[in-house]
Design a protein around this ligand. Structure first.
Ligand code: NAG
Ligand code: NAG
Ligand code: NAG
Ligand code: NAG
Length: 556
């Protein structure tokens, strides 16, 4: 920490730095701070932001040596032009290099030198030695793997004269850059043989020698198919140790599809935390994502919605998420489609609470203790998505339980989900209308079941308890046997706990509406009910079909 302090003072002495109090931002400051899709690197508690503006190259930084205070924020940047070889850019990448070097690649709008690779060190810029450099691109992702000192790249779009080549499709290539040797390599991972779509504006996180790529817009070589946004029902996993890359379906409480969200790492060393973005592909297309936090456990590719305390920052998109100590810090980006964000938000991930300040900066992310086992590339269990034909079924997917047939078995799962969802809708509506807090949506009778069905004997089970990891019939499930702890509070998450807590909090804030349009709370239930089972069980189209013109669910 001392060293960091000296480092900053040295930097301050070397060049002019403009300290800026958030409350007193001039228009010039605001122009400099207006960034979206910037890249960030944290070294020695200095958080730096690169790119994200087509007019300002200044490398913004926040000094978190003594923590950060959202109410007394000092944005700083060196007031020194590095010369015409270096130009403002957007949608590039940046990652930590050797020693105090930070390596970065300009995306759109930069220069040929920056498109290759440049070093930023102590506020000086220089060209990086880079052997076998690939064609210039933007929108790609890069993650440094400390285990082999290489940055792993995926996807992006080719550039032509520093702008996007609009006729080229998204790249589907994996590459790596060895930061010690300064050499590029194209990686050709083993795959299941189905064309891997390219991706643009996706996210990637490297955990325990595996890269998890999700979201973004996919692109097939077949140009007539380019374009669909990828949702969170699958993740492309590249396993570095086995050099294998396959897309796999996710389980659990899958977040609504979105773009321009940001990711940080969870404290357990094996999860990815997402926040913000703009919804895509549903009836809420183009609306800001709600202030929800979702967590992906990368060991099983299972999503859960994390309830949080404190006051969430509201809508944010194209922002950055930074890990420091127990905290996820959100900065820059936009608060809606036109206003830039000059504040920071801080989520304490140990307590899952939004806070305004912290002082501790030691790194607390545990080293990962588990790892996702990819399905065999020879397996034939596919679950194609419109954005990726090669998605394979997650080996941890529960085996469907057999239900007594008598013409009732197969349809029961779907029917139950529909009936429970409809029941939940009217139930919550009734609770809302009565303004009553005595009823508990956690516990309710299920749909009337056939007397011979496997579900008929005990219908008072919790509505949303559904834990795919606990499926004891699945021979691939590493967690079996664990029936004893099936409903223990420790370690096991059910829909009930977090959702109920959130409903409680939101019960009075979400006013009843008279026009028959589902409230955001009810839409949320719908969205998550759809996530309960395979994403395909109730498609968006099916939901739309079940709505009347004014958006109300039809009375079944
Ligand atoms: C705000 O931070 C500065 C240092 O960055 C400090 O000198 C000042 O006292 C702080 N103000 C408040 C109100 O905490
Ligand atoms: C743009 O990309 C297409 C497809 O890859 C390629 O054929 C074309 O030459 C590129 N245009 C330029 C000007 O680089
Ligand atoms: C391209 O995609 C379209 C739509 O899926 C399909 O009909 C067509 O056969 C594909 N063309 C090739 C060359 O694969
Ligand atoms: C997949 O099949 C090929 C040939 O059938 C075989 O050589 C390879 O070992 C198999 N790979 C796995 C991971 O089972």
């Amino acid at each position: 920490m001392r060293i960091t302090g000296r480092f900053v003072r040295a930097a301050l002495a070397a060049i002019t730095v403009l300290p800026t109090l958030i409350s007193a931002l001039s228009d010039v400051d605001k122009n400099t701070l207006s960034r979206q899709y910037a890249s960030t690197v944290t070294k020695k508690n200095i958080i730096r932001f690169f790119g994200g503006s087509s007019t300002h190259l200044e490398v913004l930084f926040l000094d978190a040596t003594d923590g950060l205070n959202a109410n007394n924020l000092t944005w700083q940047w060196p007031d020194k032009s590095p010369g015409s070889d270096f130009q403002a850019f957007t949608r590039g990448v940046a990652f930590a290099g050797n020693n105090d070097d930070i390596l970065l690649q300009g995306g759109e709008g930069s220069t040929t030198i920056m498109e290759n690779l440049v070093v930023f060190n102590n506020n000086n810029w220089r060209q990086a030695p880079a052997i076998d450099k690939p064609a210039a691109a933007a929108f790609m992702t890069a993650n440094l793997n400390p285990l082999d000192n290489s940055a792993y790249y995926f996807g992006g779009r080719l550039l032509n004269n520093h702008q996007l080549n609009v006729t080229a499709t998204s790249l589907n290539t994996f590459r790596k850059f060895d930061i010690i040797k300064g050499r590029w390599l194209i990686i050709e991972p083993a795959t299941n043989g189905i064309e891997r779509p390219g991706r643009t504006a996706h996210t990637s996180n490297l955990i325990n020698n595996q890269v998890f790529i999700m979201g973004g817009v996919s692109g097939f070589k077949n140009a007539s198919r380019a374009g669909p946004s990828a949702d969170f029902a699958s993740v492309l996993v590249y396993d570095i140790s086995t050099n294998t890359a396959v897309s796999v379906t996710t389980l659990g409480d899958i977040p609504p599809a979105r773009n321009s969200y940001s990711t940080a790492l969870g404290l357990d060393g094996h999860s990815i935390v997402i926040y913000g973005g703009i919804l895509v592909g549903g009836k809420d297309e183009d609306k800001a994502a709600p202030s929800d936090v979702y967590v992906l456990d990368t060991c099983s590719l299972t999503w859960s919605k994390q309830s949080t305390k404190g006051s969430a920052p509201g809508s944010l998109n194209s922002h950055n998420a930074i890990n420091i100590n127990n905290y996820m810090v959100l900065a820059l980006g936009k608060t809606n489609d036109k206003d830039y964000n000059f504040n920071i938000a801080i989520l304490d991930m140990a307590q899952w609470k939004w806070v305004s300040t912290f002082t501790e900066t030691e790194d607390t992310i545990q080293s990962g203790s588990c790892k996702f086992e990819l399905p065999s590339i020879n397996a034939t269990t596919f679950s194609p998505m419109n954005y990726d034909d090669g998605v394979m079924i997650n080996p941890l997917t529960p085996v469907k339980k057999k239900v007594d047939s008598k013409g009732f078995g197969i349809g029961f799962g779907i029917l139950a989900v529909v009936l429970i969802a409809v029941g939940a809708y009217f139930y919550v509506k009734r609770v809302r209308n009565k303004k009553s807090r005595t009823l508990n949506p956690r516990w309710m009778r299920s749909a009337p079941a056939h007397t011979n069905s496997g579900y008929s004997n005990d219908r008072d089970y919790p509505l949303f308890v559904y834990n795919k990891e606990l499926d004891a019939d699945n021979i691939n499930n590493p967690n079996v046997p664990r029936t004893q702890t099936a409903f223990a509070t420790n370690d096991v998450r059910t829909y009930t706990a977090s959702d109920h807590e959130q409903w409680e909090q939101e019960l009075n804030s979400d006013a009843a509406n008279s026009n028959g349009v589902a409230s955001s709370r009810n839409s949320d239930i719908w969205n998550r009910m759809r996530g309960l089972n395979d994403a395909s069980v109730i498609s968006d189209e099916e939901v739309q079909r079940n709505r009347t013109n004014n958006g109300r669910l039809v009375d079944l």
